[in-house]
Design a protein around this ligand. Sequence first.
Ligand SMILES: *Cc1c(COP(=O)(O)O)cnc(C)c1O
Ligand code: SF4
Length: 346
Amino acid sequence: MEILTTSNGSVGAGLGPSGKATSETWQQMMKTAIRTVPELLDYLKLSRHSTFGAAASAKFPVFAPLPYLQRIRPENPADPLLRQVLPINAEDQSPPHFSIDPLGEDAATLQPGLLQKYHGRLLVVATGACAIHCRYCFRRHFPYSDGPGGGALREQLAAALAKDETLDEVILSGGDPLTLVDEALSSLVDTIEAAAHIKRLRIHTRLPIVIPQRVTQSLVERLSSSRLQKVIVVHSNHANEIDNDVISSLQRLDTSGTQMLNQSVLLKGVNDSADALVDLSQRLLDAGVLPYYLHQLDPVIGAAHFEVPIEHGRQLIAAIRARLPGYAVPRYVQEIAGQPNKTILG
Ligand SMILES: *Cc1c(COP(=O)(O)O)cnc(C)c1O
Ligand code: SF4
């Protein structure tokens, strides 16, 4: 995982969630993100504590933009959003079954930057950059620097699509593909549109949740004008992440004719209660987003303190099923290396 350091002034002023111009662009918000534990603690008026600041965080540093931090209640070390971004010493202790590549992505790599695990769907690691560093991330050790970017990636993608007529969907992932500026993203979409057998474009992104100003007018227009069917899978784990600015941005993506879905990770101390999961689903529905997956934590080194036992996860799903419409209950899944699909747990 690398921190985005590039910026492209040519994108112009960002649009606020209401569609009005805001003074700060999303790229500026990336630049002013908080990048160290002491800064994070100071910003949230938390006292320095010996359990904060894991040694492991040197390799996977803090990265949290202010629009996200503004949704955290100051002076509350147990805040469910804070827990996702603050390194704690428990990261330095991993049980033996936790590994660097828990999903066998190395084996599924066609070539650096292109992954195929599942029939018909090719996943593109469009960039290594993210708009936030989530402490539980299963790709926190991913060898992003091996992959090409820009024109080289587009050439390899075009060749891979031409070679395999069984593919009908391309998934832009990362990192977070929306850290690419609109022009770069648009060029990638051009490459995908040029392959006649590809029907669907899917984008896996946390950016509309983290910095809602990322949903620019030019992004909405590029999606609207595509011949492809569009699916955006955002990533939110807690209702507090979805404030009114986020709701407006998600609704604006909806107007581009894009199917909006959400995936979450089941995380101890963040969303491991029926109330938290019900609130999250309700909030997503308010934004026009359907809950898609609730992932069992992938056993990646550094994330063991987030693990919720599968049996408890199953009980939570049963409890929320009794309180929500069927379409608002996410599929509880686990990714098991080498399987032809994600495994449904409950
Ligand atoms: C999760 C994943 C997909 C998408 O799987 P769906 O079940 O279709 O959402 C595709 N490729 C890879 C490599 C994945 O990890
Ligand atoms: S979970 Fe997603 S947004 Fe968070 S660090 Fe990992 S790839 Fe980036």
